[in-house]
Ligand binder design. Structure first.
Ligand code: CA
Length: 220
């Protein structure tokens, strides 16, 4: 027993997955394909995908943002959990990795639920706000370039309805956030974002030590 969050040993992590993962075959295949690609470390873990799908189900979400799509695992996890008329607005700038994403979205039969926007995410988010979409999204997953995290957080908060949820990935950054000697721009940006969210009275929060650290922020 522990009054603190348990440190997962490899054996315990294997057990956690064995007794709880229900990964759809198409998601497993996407994970396998991504494993050999550049940037494979950017893919979320299967239990995190399943957790986000559960959140979306709990909320009865219909309209979601996927900021930093890569090969599409998170967007696919969420799309599979959405109702038939649900929508994922996926944002990325890289054609190669999102081409893989599109192949798997089609294979999973959810291509119609996902709109991909290939452009800098801050531009697409600003356009959505300008087009009157503020306050209309249920859920946003932020997992793009870390240096713009604070911008994506603010824009997502604007686009979310009251009671909507933002999930921010990599907030523990492989443990680098507590390395006082690490003044890398990405590390610094994540520390700053964590401080901003912690102090932000507009949201209720929890930092979940799943994957590389996932902060949940619910718009009040
Ligand atoms: Ca990530």
């Amino acid at each position: 027993m522990s009054t603190e969050t348990l440190n997962l040993t490899p054996a315990l992590y294997t057990y956690l997955q064995a007794v709880s993962l229900r990964e759809a075959p198409v998601l497993a295949k996407l994970r396998e394909t991504t494993h050999t690609m550049p940037g494979a470390m950017m893919q979320i873990s299967p239990e995190q995908g399943q957790f986000m799908a559960l959140l979306v189900e709990l909320m009865g979400a219909k309209k979601t943002l996927d900021i930093g799509t890569y090969t599409g695992y998170s967007a696919l996890s969420v799309a599979l959990a959405l109702p038939a008329d649900g929508k994922v607005i996926a944002l990325d700038i890289i054609a190669e990795s999102t081409a893989v994403a599109k192949t798997f979205w089609a294979e999973a039969g959810v291509a119609k639920k996902i709109d991909l926007h290939l452009a800098p995410a801050a531009e697409t988010l600003a356009r959505l706000i300008a087009e009157g979409e503020a306050g209309t999204f249920d859920f946003a997953f932020i997992d793009a370039d870390k240096r713009n995290y604070a911008i994506y957080y603010e824009q997502s908060l604007t686009l979310l309805r009251q009671g909507g949820l933002i999930a921010i990935d990599n907030v523990l950054w492989g443990g680098r956030v507590v390395d006082a000697l690490d003044d890398d721009k990405d590390t610094t940006a994540i520390r700053l974002l964590n401080e901003i969210v912690h102090q932000d009275e507009r949201v209720s929060i929890s930092l979940i030590p799943i994957g590389d650290g996932l902060t949940l922020a619910r718009k009040r």
